[in-house]
Design a protein around this ligand. Structure first.
Ligand code: SF4
Length: 282
């Protein structure tokens, strides 16, 4: 199913991830700053930091199981505290000004506790890969790349890919939500693991729910073609208009963007970026 063609070696210029295309869809100007000009965002949101720390723990948890160890919940929460601390640096910003980092730590503990009791203790599936980098050439000048949180097989032997979400809300069926990401990973995993179909799942850690959909080889091929079509749109763009909205508060270019709209109660990232720009107080 996966078509491999000869072409130039993958470089950041021809590598397209799901998040790269999502950035183009959400705000072409942000895409231009980040992927065309290669600029660094001035801060990383605490929500992104929380997501990374929780993903670290889930990867560790399944690794322990594969190594014949069963970690208890207290150990899981200790691991989370360590990951939170290790990953925290001066680039992390709390966007919502009324919140403190502690509320995100509480949210992480709650998500992991729910996952541990509702999913992990009952999960009899086999792990094939954790945080696996998936990559497939879609055209001579386009390589799709992404990281699958967990690839495994159910007790019945069905291949699956699951993506952990720490967002507060469940996604919809649009291309840049549930429509494309996990099914696209599933399409690549089928090629890697020689399967005729694959389950693609989103595990919503805040809600304690997982939604699954089956992806066949033909559907996987169609998804890769749809992704390539979206890449073509991004590659051929000559204008990159700003698309201001609520996400400006979480955009690490909001201190330099002339169109940024950041409400006062979501100005934590913007203030952080301005302080960075001005340098440390003396
Ligand atoms: S601040 Fe808003 S409008 Fe400006 S680049 Fe970022 S997301 Fe786009």
């Amino acid at each position: 199913m996966t078509v491999r063609r000869r072409g130039p070696a993958p470089t950041p210029r021809n590598q397209f991830s799901f998040s790269r295309l999502k950035a183009f869809d959400q705000c072409p100007l942000r895409y231009r700053y980040r992927y065309i000009k290669g600029m660094q965002e001035a801060f990383r949101s605490v929500e992104s930091h929380l997501g990374s720390a929780v993903h670290d723990v889930l990867e560790w948890l399944y690794e322990q199981r594969e190594n014949g160890r069963s970690a208890g919940l207290p150990e899981v929460l200790e691991r989370f505290a360590a990951a939170w601390k290790e990953r925290w640096d001066e680039n992390v910003a709390v966007v919502k000004t009324a919140e403190a980092p502690d509320s995100y730590i509480r949210a992480g503990r709650e998500m992991l506790t729910t996952f541990y009791h509702q999913v992990f203790l009952h999960d009899r599936s086999t792990t094939l890969a954790l945080e696996e980098r998936l990559s497939v050439r879609l055209a001579p000048d386009v390589v799709f790349t992404g990281f699958a949180d967990r690839i495994g097989r159910t007790r019945q032997g069905r291949l699956f890919v699951v993506d952990y979400k720490t967002s507060a809300r469940q996604g919809d069926a649009s291309d840049f939500s549930e429509g494309l990401q996990a099914p696209l990973y599933a399409s690549v995993a089928m090629g890697l693991h020689d399967a005729g179909e694959c389950l693609a799942g989103y595990c919503y850690l805040r809600l304690g729910t997982t939604s699954w959909q089956g992806v066949t080889r033909d559907q996987g091929q169609a998804l890769q073609e749809r992704f390539l079509g979206l890449v073509r749109q991004a590659k051929s763009a000559t204008e990159f208009p700003a698309r201001p909205g609520i996400l400006c508060a979480w955009c690490g270019f909001n201190n330099i963007c002339p169109s940024a709209q950041v409400p006062r109660d979501l100005a934590g990232g913007l203030e952080h970026a301005r302080e960075e720009h001005m340098g440390p107080a003396v």
